[in-house]
Design a binder for this molecule. Structure first.
Ligand SMILES: [Zn+2]
Length: 137
């Protein structure tokens, strides 16, 4: 075949030399003025094998520092509250009924402070409102 994709001895020598030096197919393609796939095909036909080691690529990456992770946002934690018995609950106690019983076998409320305009504390309001919204969809 006498086509433009014929490999000259010089190009083949360059390919072998660069391949052994660890150059990538794209880099070799630039040097011998062929396509990357032509270089890959030639490497395969020549049965060249690269054991391991660094592969030089067209793009030299700078050794970059690992980005330090941003500090996690500080969550506002509600003070831990004790559940209150349904009979001991005050006006300000969250009305979310827990899956617990007091020693007398009565239901227990959450006991956290209610959010203004809501029968629940922030945690339960968030939980119930989101649940209701999801349930509607
Ligand atoms: Zn609550």
């Amino acid at each position: 075949m006498a086509q433009s994709n014929e490999w000259s001895d010089k190009a083949e020598t360059t390919l072998r030399h660069m391949f052994n030096a660890g150059a990538s197919a794209a880099l070799i393609a630039d040097a011998v003025e062929k396509t990357r796939s032509a270089v890959c095909g030639k490497i395969k036909r020549l049965k060249l094998h690269r054991e391991s080691g660094p592969i030089m690529t067209r793009y030299t990456s700078k050794p970059h520092k690992k980005p330090t992770p941003a500090p996690l946002p500080k969550f506002i934690t509600e003070p831990a509250t004790q559940p209150v018995s349904i009979l001991a609950a005050k006006r300000h106690h969250c009305r979310a009924v827990l899956d617990q019983r007091d020693p007398n076998g009565l239901a227990m409320f959450c006991g956290a402070r209610k959010v203004a305009g809501s029968p629940w504390c922030a945690k339960h309001k968030r939980k119930f409102v989101i649940t209701a919204y999801v349930g509607r969809a």
